[in-house]
Design a protein around this ligand. Structure first.
Ligand code: AMP
Length: 288
């Protein structure tokens, strides 16, 4: 009997050089809970390496029809190697669960840090923005668009380095795309309007993130979805008087949040911007 194309695809994606099983790991404390399962601290027995083990329930993945998205996420993330991209070491599965072996980000979610501090200093914001720009340059060089850059998808590593952690909405692309995805607040006009988009969507989201780091709220926030939508389309960008933010930072944000995607500041130019040069820690690590 022949194997279906889907089964072949699954076999291809889930076959790795090393066949991991749960018995390869000592399982430690829970690190968090996601939509489709739990994340645990774990130690790989042979290497003693500390990892984060993400356990996803197949039934929930099926029910939400995200198996395809997960496969794409795993396929993309396992081929990436960058200091600001969370490493996916491998994956395995049993009858009811899928396990992802991830780099452990000891300092947790950036989102929580931002909530705790309300907003970041210019030094901290610039260090993070420069790290993310470098990670995005690497991704775009591999023809990967992230499409969902936001605080919830960023984790802080043991030394304070920022890691892009979630590739659920990313795509491997050689052309222009036209799907609607991601969270409204971070979406650029061309995605909100469902017209074609390319890697410059990530420059827009980085501009939104830079604003949020400095002001504590995303720039187009509104009570109603429809108002956020309208503000994005108009690029209704306002800088409140408090907290006080330098004019260099505001200028940089203005150069990223440009409606015409071809006129957004290219990422390598962002790294040369005076605000980045004056504020970002050259090590790429914010030490507090
Ligand atoms: P997720 O299912 O990816 O949303 O993960 C749920 C929660 O687990 C996150 O919000 C984090 O607090 C935690 N977590 C996920 N991955 C890691 C990791 N690699 N290192 C440390 N904590 C993590």
């Amino acid at each position: 009997m022949g194997i279906s194309a889907e089964a072949q695809e699954e076999e291809k994606v889930l076959t790795v050089e090393k066949r991991w099983t749960l018995s390869d790991f000592d399982i430690g404390k829970p690190l968090g809970r996601g939509k489709f399962g739990h994340v645990y601290l774990a130690r790989e027995k042979k290497s003693n390496r500390i990892v984060a083990l993400k356990v996803l329930f197949k039934s929930q993945l099926k029910q939400s029809q995200v198996e395809h998205q997960l496969r794409r996420e795993v396929e993309i993330q396992s081929h990436l190697r960058h200091p600001n991209i969370l490493h996916l070491y491998g994956y395995f599965y049993d009858q009811s669960r899928v396990y992802l072996i991830l780099e452990y980000a000891a300092k947790g979610e950036l989102y929580k840090e931002l909530q705790k501090c309300k907003y970041f200093s210019e030094r901290r914001a610039a260090t993070y923005v420069a790290s993310l720009a470098r990670a995005l340059i690497y991704l775009h060089g591999k023809h990967v668009i992230h499409r969902d850059i936001k605080p919830e998808n960023l984790l802080i590593g043991v030394q304070g380095e920022l890691n892009i952690a979630d590739f659920g909405w990313s795509v491997h692309t050689f052309g222009r795309r036209q799907t609607m995805c991601g969270t409204l607040d971070y979406l650029p006009p061309e995605m909100v309007e469902s017209v074609e988009h390319d890697a410059s969507v990530d420059i827009w989201s980085l501009g939104v993130l830079c604003y949020e780091f400095l002001y504590g709220v995303p720039p187009f926030e509104a009570k109603e979805h429809s108002d956020t939508y309208r503000r994005i389309i108009k690029v209704d960008l306002k800088f409140p008087p408090k907290p006080v933010v330098s004019s260099a930072a505001k200028e940089l944000i203005g150069q990223m949040l440009v409606k015409d995607s071809s006129r957004r500041l290219p990422l390598h130019k962002l790294l040369e911007h005076p605000w980045i040069l004056q504020n970002a820690d050259p090590s790429g690590i914010y030490r507090g």
